[in-house]
Design a binder for this molecule. Structure first.
Ligand code: GDD
Ligand code: MG
Length: 359
């Protein structure tokens, strides 16, 4: 059996306002926190003990997971001050019980993947590697860690968030999952902020450690912004992103059994409808997340968007690629278009936001 560390202490600033009350990894995608999908996939790969490295709103994780049995042992390593990704890994390692030569799988808490976790561990083992990095290819790598490899798969460099065009030497990026030899983690300095990307990886390469990159072109999505978040949810609902938590339930929509959906409404495009949601006549919900307790009146049209907990959306509203946070009251016939985020508790009167004048 293998042990793992899940890094979930980041602030999730780019997902505000959704992350004001909930840490990003705990925001439900397709009805379950991203962390829960990851734990379920890790368990499927034979991982039996997971240390959650928490910091921002640490209590939310423990409150949630202490009431559920996911079939793995979950331990919490709480940082009173965030220690950065490397510091968090070092801090979490005190709760591992494996031997120095055994593999430890480390996951970033904000990516959805189809990675063959067990396959990555096998490649680490076969290569007698110190570290194996899961890599994927993206069109624009600037927001990620760049990881060029040689023809044998050895990592040549690690450049976190390249800033100059000369630094962009590959389309391979760090996809947010690593296998470390446990003794390598124990060499990360303790008790201070360390970035695994900016400090640990470059240092390992400078000292000729055996670091391999494993490119996997399967499903990968960084839940970096609200639109990606809605996409992740619809990919899970449609079964494009694998998760054991929805087995047998994937399709055009997943609707909580306590939701009241008018028979004339259409819920399509991988939408997720949460508990106690009410959806009125002729509403169309396409590729969106509607969180628990929200109410959408008749003829509202919501696509590729997120509707927060207990939000109210009046009749005839059009919401496209936008975020309506929790407890917002949106009066009838408003148009909320691409990129708009309405913060919690906002009250918007009928017919006050218009994109065009023809309605
Ligand atoms: N416990 C703890 N403490 N966790 C942290 C801390 C911390 O101080 N800082 C960040 N994390 C967690 C975040 O919650 C997230 O799950 C993970 O570590 C990565 O941090 P992000 O802040 O999300 O980094 P990023 O998205 O800018 O970049 C990272 O992910 C990319 C792939 O999505 C890097 O690892 C890149 O190299 C990578 O390409
Ligand atoms: Mg991230």
């Amino acid at each position: 059996m293998t042990q793992a560390i899940l890094l979930v202490g980041g602030q999730g600033t780019r997902l505000r306002p959704l992350t004001i009350s909930t840490p990003k990894p705990m925001l439900p995608v397709a009805g379950f926190p991203c962390t829960e999908h990851q734990i379920a996939r890790a368990r499927e790969a034979g991982i039996d003990r997971i240390v959650l490295g928490t910091s921002y709103r640490a209590e939310v994780f423990e409150d949630y997971f202490s009431t559920r049995d996911l079939g793995v042992e979950i331990v919490y390593a709480v940082e009173t001050e965030p220690l950065g990704t490397g510091g968090a890994i070092r801090n979490a390692a005190q709760y591992l019980t494996c031997d120095p030569d055994e593999p430890v799988v480390i996951f970033n808490g904000d990516v959805l993947t189809g990675l063959d976790i067990d396959g990555l561990v096998s490649k680490w083992r076969t290569a007698h590697a110190d570290v194996a990095l899961y890599l994927t290819r993206v069109a624009d790598p600037r927001a990620f860690g760049l990881v060029p490899t040689d023809s044998d798969g050895q990592v040549i460099a690690f450049t976190e968030k390249p800033t100059t065009p000369e630094e962009i030497v590959t389309d391979q990026i760090n996809a947010g999952c690593y296998v470390f030899r446990r003794s390598v983690i124990d060499r990360i300095p303790a008790g201070r902020v360390v970035s695994v990307e900016r400090e640990t990886f470059p240092e390992l390469l400078d000292t000729n450690a055996n670091v391999i990159g494993v490119v996997d072109d399967g499903y990968w999505l960084d839940l970096g912004n609200p639109l990606a978040f809605a996409q992740g949810s619809r990919d899970l609902v449609r079964g494009l992103a694998p998760t054991p938590l929805l087995s047998g339930r994937t399709g055009e929509a997943v609707i909580d059994s306590s939701a009241q959906v008018d028979p004339s409404a259409s819920i399509i495009g991988g939408s997720y409808i949460g508990a106690n949601v009410v959806i009125g006549a002729h509403a169309v919900i396409d590729g969106s997340i509607v969180y628990d307790g929200a109410r959408l009146e008749s003829h509202s049209h919501v696509s590729d968007s997120i509707i927060g907990v207990n939000a109210f959306v009046g009749s005839g509203c059009v919401i496209t690629q936008a975020v309506i946070a929790e407890d917002v009251h949106l009066g009838s016939r408003n148009e909320i278009l691409a990129g708009v985020r309405i913060f919690p508790n906002a009250q918007i009167a009928d017919s006050t936001i218009r994109f065009s004048s023809d309605r």
